[in-house]
Each structure stands twice: as C-alpha cells, then as structure tokens.
Design a protein around this ligand. Structure first.
Ligand SMILES: Cc1cc2nc3c(=O)[nH]c(=O)nc-3n(C[C@H](O)[C@H](O)[C@H](O)COP(=O)(O)OP(=O)(O)OC[C@H]3O[C@@H](n4cnc5c(N)ncnc54)[C@H](O)[C@@H]3O)c2cc1C
Length: 383
C-alpha cells in the first residue's frame, strides 16, 4: 500500500496550488463575506480545467478521478476557502448526476455552460416536512401531455438564488419507488422564490415554490425508481462536502500555527505553551486521520461513485473534525480569531453547516451502525 500521491497527482496538486496563490488568495476575505456567487472565479477555473474534473472528456470534462477533484478542493481552499465551493459546484454536486444520468439534450442545454463557469446547478431535495427523512418528500410530478406538472416546495437549496437550473427530487408515485428527479429551469413559469434568509455561514437561501410548473418530458433525469441511483450520485456530493470540511479546518489550523509562532504573551511565543501545543497535536491527528478516510473513499471510487459505507464514515469524521479543528484554531488566535479580519471565524461557521447538510452526522451514523450490526434499523415507527 502506497500512501503517496503519484507523480501526476503531485504535479496537479502543485499546479492548482500555484493557481490558488496567484489568482485566489488576494480577495479571499472579501469573497467569504459576499453573498454573490464568485462568477469570476468560476470562469477562471473553467479555463484552468478545474470544472468537470471527473466528467468524461466526451461530455466536455477532464476524465480525471474523484481523488483528483478532492485534491483540487484542498489546493484551492488553501488559498481561498470560499472558492472551494466553486470546485464543489463544478465537480461534485448535481453536475455529476446530470453528467451520469442526463440525456444528450439535457447535457447540451446545461452541461456546456456549467463547465464554462457561466451557470450553476442546484439540488432541490429537502422540503419543509422532509429533511433527514428525505423520502417523505411531497413535491409531485403529474403527467400532462408530453411532460409533467410539478407542484411542491423546497428549502435550504444551496446556490438557488444564483442557479439556472435545479435538479429537483420529485414524486411520480407513492413510496420510495415513486421518487425520481427532473430539471427545472429557475426562470420557468410557476417557479417562485420566497423571502430571502441567511444561514449562519452568511450564504443566502429562500424557499422555492413550484406552482403548476410545466416541465417537458425530455427534462426528466430519473423516472420513478430512481431514488437509489440519485443517492449513489449524492455520495459524490458528500465527498466534496467532507473534503471542504477538512480543507477549511486545515486553513484555520495553518493560520493558527503561523500565529502561534509569532504571537508573544508573558514574554514567550504561544507555541511554547504546552497547553496550546497539545491542542495543535490533536488538530494534526484529526487532520491526518480525516485525510486518510477521505482519500480511501475517493480513491476506491476512482471515476465511479464512492461506496455508501466509506463515504458515510469519511463524511461523519471530516465534518466533526473540520469543525473542531477550526474552532480550536479560533481559540488559539484569541480575539483576532473571533474577528472578521481573519478567515478563521468564517471556517468555523462554514464547517458547522456541513455537520447538517448533505446527510447530518447523526443520519450518517445511523447508516454506519447498520454496517456494524449487519442489519437494518428502520427509523420510522412500526405500522
Ligand atoms: C448549509 C446547508 C446547505 C444545505 N444545502 C442543501 C441543498 O443544496 N439541497 C437540499 O435539498 N438540502 C440542503 N440542505 C438541507 C439539509 O440536507 C437538511 O438540513 C438536512 O438533511 C437535515 O434536515 P432538517 O434540517 O430538516 O433537520 P431534521 O431532519 O428535522 O433533523 C433535526 C435533527 O435531528 C436529527 N435527526 C433526525 N432524524 C434522526 C434520526 N433518525 N436519528 C438521529 N438523529 C436524527 C438530525 O440529524 C438533526 O440534527 C442544506 C442544509 C444546510 C445546513
């Protein structure tokens, strides 16, 4: 077993690192506090080949591996934590499901612009009454003529205010077997956004209402029975989520490490106090452990979708670790760490959200427990 990157991966990491230093490090603070989608960064990344890393060359991507995309998130976040979201949107999320299951027409309409950094796609799964219990979703797609009438509502949809299209989970019929997905243009008649609100991270979200939206039949991505496939694709999203947690934890750790080697109190450098050294050691152990779990899940997936078990373990660990590391880094930096002069407080706020988004830590642990005991544990009351 070889834990080192291949020469090609190392070269790729270095080139993305240089790109992040040259183009993204300046302005990182401003980007973190802006509610705008960083379109300038998206276009730069498209030119650099950082969008569609795992998407087949025939579809306009780079034909790389999932681990390459993880490396890109890490290298970008080391210069600009917020820009790592662009790597996520352009590689890990709904874009990957579209590339995998979408029809030629759908790819022609949306994928080219997504890969050019001119557009962004959101995933609409969560509803007011269907959060962790995602299969309780109530948004319906009812056949009408050549297409479907969609009625329902989604909440907490990342990038929705900026998205051109939403990969929307819908119900064609009853039960888990009735769930599938289709593409809804955010400008379509009957799509309405509610009051804008904010997460603790500063990101904006608004409830989306689908009121009798007519969706052409050729915009169906997965028909009824597609839920399992959808969740397999969603595991890619989870890898990106875990990678950003760890990468932002690392960003905060590096900032605090530099600070501890400069800042003096009681006539000594902070790094000379054992109480702080042990904090750094705990951070370092978590970073290394998280990285191994993350790389295992990504490397085993190669260009396919990662396994549910390895993804759940990696995401649960990295979400927890990323938040704890960033939070400890903030503590080490004292008042400065808590201030918006530094990005460390932003890293704490962002990492907190990933403990909930994309399958909360508790829900992932439920999934892992099923593997431990080799049986299922239905969460619903017995009928
Ligand atoms: C930053 C952020 C971005 C998001 N982006 C998107 C997006 O792009 N698209 C989208 O569709 N959704 C998105 N979401 C929504 C996210 O997927 C849901 O918030 C998440 O699934 C939890 O659902 P909920 O908020 O309704 O909490 P609930 O399901 O009400 O859960 C509340 C708490 O109870 C726990 N819990 C629930 N059931 C169990 C159980 N059986 N065992 C143990 N604990 C349990 C949960 O873990 C949680 O801590 C985002 C959320 C956040 C915070």
């Amino acid at each position: 077993m070889d834990f080192r990157f291949s020469p090609e991966q190392e070269q790729f990491r270095e080139s993305v690192h240089r790109f992040a230093e040259k183009h993204l490090a300046n302005g990182a603070l401003g980007r973190a506090h802006s509610t705008e989608y960083p379109w300038d960064v998206a276009k730069l990344m498209a030119k650099q080949g950082l969008l569609g890393i795992t998407i087949a060359e025939a579809d306009g991507g780079q034909g790389g591996s999932l681990l390459d995309a993880v490396i890109a998130i890490e290298a970008v976040a080391s210069g600009c934590p917020r820009s790592a979201d662009v790597v996520q949107a352009g590689n890990f999320g709904a874009i990957r499901v579209l590339a995998e299951y979408g029809a030629a027409l759908q790819k022609e309409r949306y994928l080219r612009r997504l890969l050019a950094g001119e557009s962004v796609i959101a995933v609409g799964m969560t509803e007011p009454d269907a959060g962790s219990a995602a299969t309780d979703l109530q948004t319906t797609a009812t056949p009408e003529g050549e297409g479907y009438r969609v009625n329902g509502s989604k909440v907490f949809t990342t990038h929705a205010p900026h998205a051109e299209v939403i990969l929307t989970y819908v119900r064609y019929g009853p039960g888990v077997g009735g769930i599938g997905s289709l593409l809804i243009d955010t400008k379509a008649k009957g799509v309405r956004f509610g009051r804008r609100s904010r997460f603790m991270s500063g990101e904006e979200w608004a409830q989306i209402y689908f009121e009798n939206v007519l969706v052409p039949g050729d915009m169906v991505v997965l028909k009824e029975g597609g839920f399992k496939k959808q969740i397999s694709g969603f595991n890619v999203e989870r890898i990106g989520n875990a990678a950003r947690s760890l990468a932002l934890g690392r960003y905060a750790y590096e900032a605090a490490r530099r600070w501890a080697m400069e800042r003096k109190q009681f006539g000594r450098l902070l790094c000379e106090f054992q109480g702080l050294q042990w904090k750094f050691v705990d951070m370092k152990i978590k970073l290394d452990a998280g990285q191994l779990l993350l790389y295992r899940a990504a490397a085993n997936a190669d260009r396919g979708f990662p396994s549910a078990d390895e993804t759940s373990i990696a995401k649960a660990f990295c979400n927890q670790a990323g938040f704890e590391i960033a939070n400890d880094a903030l503590q080490v930096m004292g008042g400065l760490g808590y201030s918006q002069e530094e990005l460390v407080e932003y890293c704490v706020r962002r990492c907190r959200g990933w403990m909930i988004a994309g399958g909360s830590i508790e829900i992932l642990k439920n999934r892992i427990a099923e593997g431990v005991f080799e049986r299922s544990f239905p969460q619903r009351p017995r009928a």
